[in-house]
Design a binder for this molecule. Structure first.
Ligand code: AP5
Ligand code: MG
Length: 204
């Protein structure tokens, strides 16, 4: 790793996408430190929501335990609230695990309006590797059949979204099947800040 640098004034807006266990959370934390961004994990926001004592919490809890995607209406609501707070505070941010379907990507575009994403980083990791990583981690939704369902959701819903985004040209694909440090370095090398003020895409 090239070393974590202090928070910079660069207000990047990034999204990190990849299959379960691809390292989204790990890399989001490292990028957040490096660029002074706030990481936003929809998985964590939904786990927090599921821990409440409301009818919606019960529904979300059931979906998370089954490894199924949470309905867009609920996901978009939590994202909208978090982003509004970050934008009001003048913070850059990195989405971890959002968007993950084409309808979410379209709604996200509409939500961002003038503030386009600087980049969507896709972590490519083969299914057999993610299965091993998650079995070792052991989060409550890391049972074998639940992992399989999460991977299937990625194949069916997220991959077509990425293909669509790739046609728009904002996607940086990174080999996530390397050491944590090497993945981080690869991402950072592709994010070349322009004039110290705005984020920009490195040459692909
Ligand atoms: P979420 O919490 O986002 O889970 P996920 O996508 O399944 O991904 P994980 O958090 O399991 O893995 P990760 O990619 O963050 O990897 P990590 O860095 O932890 O979502 C959970 C659920 O919420 C979803 O199933 C869905 O139900 C719902 N949800 C969330 N967002 C949604 C949305 N937008 N729409 C609808 N529903 C949504 O790494 C994993 C392990 O590997 C760790 O132990 C780590 O130390 C290790 N590791 C990381 N990098 C490396 C490396 N390079 N080499 C070796 N080990 C590594
Ligand atoms: Mg995660």
């Amino acid at each position: 790793m090239t070393g974590v640098t202090p928070a910079s004034p660069i207000r990047l807006r990034l999204a990190l996408v990849g299959p379960p266990g691809s390292g989204k959370g790990t890399q989001a934390r490292l990028l957040a430190e490096r660029y002074g961004l706030d990481p936003v994990s929809t998985g964590q926001l939904l786990r927090d929501l599921a821990a409440r004592h409301t009818p919606i919490a019960r529904v979300v809890r059931g979906l998370l335990e089954a490894g199924r995607l949470v309905p867009n209406r609920i996901v978009l609501d939590v994202v909208r609230k978090r982003l509004a707070a970050l934008e009001a505070a003048g913070r850059g941010w990195i989405m971890d695990g959002f968007p993950r379907t084409t309808p979410q990507a379209l709604a996200f575009d509409a939500m961002l309006q003038a503030h386009a994403l600087d980049a969507v980083v896709v972590l490519d990791v083969p299914p057999e590797i993610v299965a091993t990583r998650l079995a070792e981690r052991g989060r409550h939704d890391d049972g074998r059949s639940t992992i399989e369902r999460r991977v299937r959701s990625y194949e069916r819903e997220t991959k077509p979204m990425i293909e669509r985004m790739q046609r728009d040209g904002s996607v940086l694909r990174v080999d996530g099947d390397q050491s944590i440090e090497q993945v981080h370095d690869d991402i950072a090398a592709r994010l070349t800040p322009v004039d110290g003020m705005t984020g920009g895409l490195g040459a692909t």
